[in-house]
Design a protein around this ligand. Sequence first.
Ligand SMILES: Cc1cc2nc3c(=O)[nH]c(=O)nc-3n(C[C@H](O)[C@H](O)[C@H](O)COP(=O)(O)OP(=O)(O)OC[C@H]3O[C@@H](n4cnc5c(N)ncnc54)[C@H](O)[C@@H]3O)c2cc1C
Length: 371
Amino acid sequence: MPNHLDALERVINDIVRPDAPSVDADGTFPRRGIDALGEAGILGLTIAEPLGGGGSLADAVDVVRRLAEACGSTAMVVLMHYAAAALLDGYGDETVREAIGSGQHLTTLAFSEEGSRSQFWAPLSTATRTDGRIRLDAKKSWITAAGEADSYVWSSRPVAGEGPMSLWLVPSDAPGLSPPGRFDGLGLRGNRSSPVEATGVVVPEDAALGADGAGLDLALQMVLPWFLVLSGALGVGLMDAVTTETGSHLTATRLEHLGERLVDQPMARADHARMRIATDQVAALVGEAVAAIAAGRPEAPLRALEVKAAAGETAITVTELAMKLCGGSAFRKELGIERRFRDARAARVMAPTTDALLDFVGRAINGMALL
Ligand SMILES: Cc1cc2nc3c(=O)[nH]c(=O)nc-3n(C[C@H](O)[C@H](O)[C@H](O)COP(=O)(O)OP(=O)(O)OC[C@H]3O[C@@H](n4cnc5c(N)ncnc54)[C@H](O)[C@@H]3O)c2cc1C
């Protein structure tokens, strides 16, 4: 595997970090950064080694965490790409896998729907067989990188099989897909997470990703662990950024009439310590989830569920503390802290939402089925 971390740092320093404020302010998709990440081998990192990748979930965690420190929107686009690519690496055809491996193909997840909302495990959209091809009709409510990604990993009800869900690879320029609307969100404003409708979209039978009706099992086994753990990494990146930024502000800012810095106030130091401890706790949980998954330990699924809930809620607390500690400077956008404060609020409502995860964890630790 090439030394992707040097290349990643270059792209972050030259493009992702400088572009982050305008991506947020204007709600523009971070196209320059995504293209540069493709060229630097970062988008192909997790595909099989012979196709140019060979990176692990741990490598992806590192990438998403570093990106999130600089730009939450870019990190979310890459997170969704890695989660969808995890399935395509097993079930996508050679052409799409090669394109991902060479960094020329951005993919994403199209699971959430207008009807079943965050409960993606129960799609209402349809797949029907017509003249040996598959017709897809759907009202997808949120697709990160809608219209910017090259493909969508798409859920629907099965054509005829048992089970709640089938999965398909849908090109983002397929006739019958509505143009994505503008995304004007509270946070992650560059991630272009827009609704897309499918009306009579036709794909070949071999666009199926896995067996008809087996989509939920595949999503839970192959997509969800990546999505959950990388969401944890994104939260850690946001928390690291505001914790560092807060430290710089506290040490550089003076109360001149007292001859003191803000960091000389014991209460400020204690709150800053709380931020550091909370960030490091979640980082440790992310590491533990990665290790459990890599070793195939029995608690791995539980750790994956825990990590997104913990990271999502902790990132809200830590960014809130940063807003308080940095006062009006944070409120006035001088420090980039309020951007992370807004970005951090996405994880709570991204499926599985924090409330759904708490229910899943409660079920898992009490010997109950998740669904
Ligand atoms: C920035 C961003 C990017 C996104 N990108 C994608 C994407 O790329 N692909 C994609 O498929 N989706 C994506 N989504 C959609 C996301 O995964 C959720 O489906 C969506 O945010 C849910 O919003 P809703 O209003 O439909 O929630 P609702 O389903 O209406 O839920 C509202 C609230 O109800 C409660 N609730 C719902 N279900 C349960 C439950 N089972 N147990 C307990 N409480 C529950 C929770 O408190 C929840 O927050 C994205 C969302 C955001 C914010």
